[in-house]
Design a binder for this molecule. Structure first.
Ligand code: CTP
Ligand code: MG
Length: 239
């Protein structure tokens, strides 16, 4: 209470700490499955895939910093907004994410990781992931499995069939409390393990991580056939 002030609710209950978000965008892949095409720099309706991917994050006031890990000159994207910086990517997705993490300036309470090759992250899913992470739980955008999924051995013999209701496709963004994320990256670095997604790193240290339903439109451009669909979605969103 201020000297001479009256006790009131605003002083009795501390204001909730507002989350701030640093975003790491791995963009340094070689696009082998696309025929060695740098996917983040492909154009969709006058904007690069990377620009599409960043737009819903840049629209948020709580996003204070975006670090893009890229191999080729991506400085164009850094000129679009002062919050965006470009650092060198690594030889694997994990290394690119770790390079991004090392380049973060202190301060943001949450870290979001989003693939540059995933141009249409839904604003609602980004929001839901950030809200969950602000409560201390890791959050992963994704969609429930549509097909039955088989676990197989090296000869493609079916080992078992996990119940479909327990299976999700993990996409990005994946959002985590900053301190947990740092601990998880350090642990992977020292173990020499390279998980294929970011949540796996937190699962390793026993942190709670939940799936958040996003949308099929949040697909990752992976094969040449994905481009036609991406062009269609970009045209729809540009209207
Ligand atoms: N990525 C990265 N650094 C790497 C490898 C991948 O930053 N060394 C990024 C990609 O640029 C992409 C995201 O991680 O935005 C997801 O990877 P993926 O879709 O596998 O892209 P590529 O690795 O480029 O494609 P491919 O596996 O077909 O080579
Ligand atoms: Mg890859």
């Amino acid at each position: 209470m201020k000297p001479g002030g009256l006790p009131g609710a605003a002083e009795a209950v501390p204001a909730p700490r507002t989350a701030t978000v640093a975003v790491i965008v791995p963009a340094a892949g070689s696009g082998a499955r696309m025929g060695e095409v740098r996917k983040p720099f492909l154009e969709l309706g006058g904007r690069t895939v990377l620009e599409w991917a960043l737009a819903p994050f840049l629209a948020r006031d709580d996003v204070v910093e975006i670090v893009v890990a890229a191999t080729e000159d991506a400085s164009g994207v850094a000129r679009t907004d002062p919050r965006v910086r470009v650092v060198a990517g690594g030889a694997s997705r994990f290394e690119s994410v770790a390079n991004g993490a090392a380049a973060l300036r202190a301060g943001a309470s949450l870290v979001a990781v989003h693939d540059a090759a995933r141009p249409f992250p839904p604003a609602a899913a980004i929001d839901a992931c950030i809200r969950l992470a602000a409560r201390g739980t890791g959050a992963v955008a994704g969609i429930p499995a549509i097909d039955t999924i088989k676990r197989v051995d090296a000869e493609s013999r079916i080992a078992d069939t996990p119940p479909r209701a327990t299976l999700w496709h993990a996409q990005t963004p994946q959002v985590f409390p900053h301190s947990l994320f740092r601990r998880a990256v350090e642990r992977c670095r020292s173990n020499g393990t390279e998980p294929t997604d970011d949540a796996s790193m937190l699962e390793e240290i026993g942190a709670e991580v939940r799936m958040v339903e996003a949308a099929a439109s949040n697909f990752k451009i992976t094969h040449p056939r994905d481009l036609a669909l991406a062009q269609m979605v970009a045209a729809e969103l540009s209207q």
